[in-house]
Design a protein around this ligand. Sequence first.
Ligand SMILES: *Cc1c(COP(=O)(O)O)cnc(C)c1O
Length: 440
Amino acid sequence: MDALLGHPELAGRTGRFGRGAVLGAARRALEASREAATGGMPVPGLEELAARVAAELDGALAERTRAVVNATGVVLHTNLGRAPLSAAALEAVAGAAGYAAVEYDLAAGARGRRGAAAEALLRAATGAEAALVANNAAGGLLLALGGLARGREVVVSRGELIEIGGEFRLPQIMEAAGVVLREVGTTNRTHLRDYAAALGPGTAMVLAVHPSNYRVEGFATRPALAELAELAAGHGLPLLHDVGSGLLQGRLGDEPSVAGSLRAGAGLVLFSGDKLLGGPQAGLLVGRAGLVGRLARHPLARAVRADKLTLAALEATLAEHLAGRRDELPVWRALLLTVAELEPRAADVAGKVGPAASLRTGTSVAGGGSLPGEGLESVLVEVDPAPAGAAAVLARLRAGDPPVVARAERGRVVLDLRTVPPEQDGLVADALVAALAAGR
Ligand SMILES: *Cc1c(COP(=O)(O)O)cnc(C)c1O
């Protein structure tokens, strides 16, 4: 152990990771080699052991959440952090990072209400009576179900029992919230009368979920939201609409808008902060004051509350929407890019890479469960990875600084600049040149 800890590979890492961490990793390495020796395997030498300990420390402790260049063309890429924040949101986050009046009334010099500014902006942006911010939409759903329907039945269509990915499965969230799932209708067809037949003394809520990431086409039907809202109201029940993507107003493909859903009579509408809203991860609940108020006072609200950095970024993002500057948010800028804008940028990158690169038309996608089945026309940079092969070139791109994430299609490396900020085009071209050169 002394020889191992004194090895120059590890002596330098003590300052970086702390003596306890190095000691722990060294113990594990020695233990593993003892076990290997007992099993008749060769005993590793000091150099090999030191290298193993260094690799464990570097792997586990030096890997941070790193900025990457998203050249996949998936605008809301769940694995790459969904919505990139706007400049205004970044500035707000930096401002709130120190002491900030997050729960403090500066005029009165007394305690204030957390989230009040974000809620006011949400009311203004959606026309809702009241609003509440949770740390993500799954948390918001847990709060809404647990706060309003615990121990009782929640009626939902079989066509809407969705999985969003990353362990978000509606039946399981309902179970975790302690509500009883009452399924009605079938996968493709649910009628108003199916809901009506299920409502009774045990019902606490009607739930409608926008099936964000897939589409049922053909012989399919579901009642209009307004009809469902009227049915629920007739029974004195709240209708909760989980719209997912957070399109505040207006139209975009088949996406329901928050304002439209409120107008149709939903008592509560839930949506994400980091999808089409283009802000930080958050679960936003808007709707009738009585319902939102009950949730705000529920103990679960404390468990799923948003932190000050989220609130700051959310306020800045909502302010952009309210000021009519939605198109300046990175998500919307990327969604609205045209082929005419992308073509010269792609040509520029391909030109720098040389004869291995060419342009072709293709499609980008919104991602994040938004606009399923609707591609966005794009111009792609396609690169012949020979002789290394696409997987090796993609790995070299990911190993760069910053890492560049692209995709492979039919043996070619494919980059879509829709999701690359234009000022990083040069960096992408340089990374491609280096990744191709390394294989020659
Ligand atoms: C994305 C989505 C969610 C989950 O949102 P998170 O912010 O990831 O928790 C829930 N419901 C719907 C309909 C969605 O599209």
